[in-house]
Design a protein around this ligand. Structure first.
Ligand code: CU
Length: 149
């Protein structure tokens, strides 16, 4: 029977969890795939040896190696690509991994019909003002003409 992990404020159902296989000094799983916007959560506790998870490209860093780690990193838009990472104390014995981040699907935004609808009254108001100004100018000129004559 599966028991749902308690949700905390900093976790999400879509989080991908990477833990440690202490018997072989490996990340478990060592290769994961996420989509931009998704998070990877590195978590282990009660380890005999301290571990950490540091991206080779510097994108994330769980901090100093520790026997108890709960580090969550969100792969924001723009992080698509392959990010290899290591456990610094055990990189030499193969405690490495990689996270493939897929670009977030492009969301098609429907053209908003509100914009032209909103513009129309403003536009007619502006042209109305222009016509009023034009009319006033004509009347003013007529007045001048009448006075001149
Ligand atoms: Cu390690």
């Amino acid at each position: 029977m599966l028991i749902a992990a308690p949700a905390s404020a900093s976790s999400n159902e879509s989080d991908v969890i990477v833990t440690v296989d202490s018997s072989s000094l490996r990340f478990s799983p060592s290769e994961v795939t996420v989509t931009e916007g998704q998070a990877v959560r590195f978590m282990w506790s009660g380890q005999a040896l301290p571990h950490n998870a540091v991206a080779d490209d510097g994108l994330f860093d769980s901090g100093e190696p520790d026997r108890n780690v709960d580090y969550r990193f969100v792969f924001e838009i723009g992080t698509a690509g392959v990010h290899t990472f290591v456990c610094e104390p055990h990189a030499s014995v193969g405690m490495v991994g990689s996270i493939t981040v897929n670009a977030a699907p492009v969301v098609e935004v429907e053209e908003e019909e509100e914009a032209p609808v909103e513009n129309t009254p403003a536009l007619s108001m502006v042209s109305g003002l222009l016509m009023t100004a034009f009319a006033a100018a004509c009347i003013g000129r007529n007045d001048d003409d009448e006075q001149t004559v």
